[in-house]
Design a protein around this ligand. Structure first.
Ligand code: M6R
Length: 361
């Protein structure tokens, strides 16, 4: 069942190029964007994205895309906060619920709260027969196939892909992204299966770093812009399966607190493609290195050649157009957690205290 892999998680990480190719065939065929016509962004004035855990981080990335491509205000929240604060909503809001299982109790309750209060509810789910899928107006499957590992991996990148295509449609519906830009973004998304395949090659260098990471008490992940939620996802993944305390921070927040933690025993994983914010991130890295923190820079060729001096390690990813880097950088985030957990000897697929689907509140 594990197809020659030691763990389901390893198999599911490796499946991502194929999963994304399947989702692309459906949502982004050569003929253009393929989303239901009633998923119309032109007459709404707000999007609400609700989920838990890793699915919430997919929403946090998507917020950057919807804002950039469609210039529409986006609110994100974890379902357990959203439902109890009973937020004001309007018939001009679109509410999107992202869930691998489609059975997460808090996400389902948040959906029920929204049902009569918004213009439309949309589910982005892996299980098309699930409660969340059945109770929404529009259901968008992510085509990830069964995900067994408790740590969500291929569902995350497939959720990101579907949300990216939705954001492109929102940009088109609202006339905020021109046809040439849309076509360029579609090309980048279509290149993802190949890029993810290349990215999987960093499994080996990561496995060499894992012994040392496994010794750490605390690990920090840093990212800026749409890479910030990836830092949160990297930290969650690592906590879940290696039981090492990890936190994700927006790089710019470093000096507002977490820098106090840095000493020579603290690995700081910086997820930073060479984008318009790269120079800012380099100065954050220098602050960490000045305090002898172990910086692991994950970047592309340009980023690594510009900033590798003084780092503890570097991991090299292929180039990708700026907005979609989070989909590619999910791979090292997952592999860092995986190899560190393997080095520690923990139960990768069934980590203690966690359930695959959280159907209790
Ligand atoms: O099935 P869902 O996507 O609704 O599940 C949400 C979270 O419980 C889930 O993503 C959880 O955080 C994972 N264990 C993350 O790896």
């Amino acid at each position: 069942e594990k197809g020659g892999y030691k763990h389901f998680m390893a198999k599911e990480i490796a499946e991502q190029p194929v999963v994304l190719a399947d989702a692309l065939r459906h949502y982004l065929p050569e003929t253009g964007l393929n989303l239901p016509d009633d998923l119309d962004f032109s007459n709404i004035d707000r999007i609400v994205l609700i989920a838990c855990g890793t699915a919430h981080y997919a929403c946090a990335v998507a917020k950057y895309w919807f804002e950039e491509f469609a210039r529409i205000p986006v609110e994100i929240d974890v379902a357990s906060e959203f439902r109890y604060r009973e937020p004001p909503l309007s018939k001009r809001s679109l509410a999107v619920f992202v869930s691998q299982s489609g059975e997460t109790a808090d996400t389902l309750a948040a959906l029920r709260y929204c049902s009569e209060r918004v213009a439309k509810t949309v589910a982005v789910v892996n299980v098309p027969t699930s409660s969340i899928a059945r109770e929404t107006d529009i259901m968008l499957p992510i085509f990830a196939g069964v995900e067994v590992g408790v740590a969500s991996t291929k569902a995350f990148t497939a959720q990101l892909l579907v949300l990216a295509v939705m954001a492109l449609k929102a940009g088109r519906d609202r006339g905020e992204t021109d046809a040439a830009t849309l076509a360029a973004h579609a090309e980048t998304l279509r290149a993802l299966p190949g890029l993810l395949n290349q990215a999987l090659a960093i499994s080996e260098p990561i496995s060499h770093l894992a012994e040392q990471l496994a010794e750490a008490q605390d690990i920090l992940f840093l990212g800026r812009g749409a890479m910030y939620p990836l830092a949160l996802e990297g930290a969650l993944k690592l906590k879940e399966i290696s039981y090492i305390h990890a936190e994700g921070y927006a790089s710019g927040e470093l000096k507002h607190g977490p820098i106090a933690l840095i000493d020579r025993t603290v690995p700081v994983i910086v997820m930073a493609p060479h984008d318009k914010l790269f120079d800012k991130t380099v100065s954050n890295m220098q602050e960490v290195m000045a305090r002898h923190g172990m910086v692991l820079l994950i970047s592309d060729s340009k980023g690594i050649s510009a900033a590798q001096d003084g780092t503890w390690g570097t991991l090299h990813l292929p180039d990708i157009a700026e907005p979609f880097a989070p989909i590619l950088y999910a791979v090292p985030a997952q592999l860092l957690a995986y190899h560190t957990a393997v080095a520690k000897g923990t139960d990768v697929d069934q980590p203690r205290n966690l359930a695959k689907s959280v159907t209790v509140e």
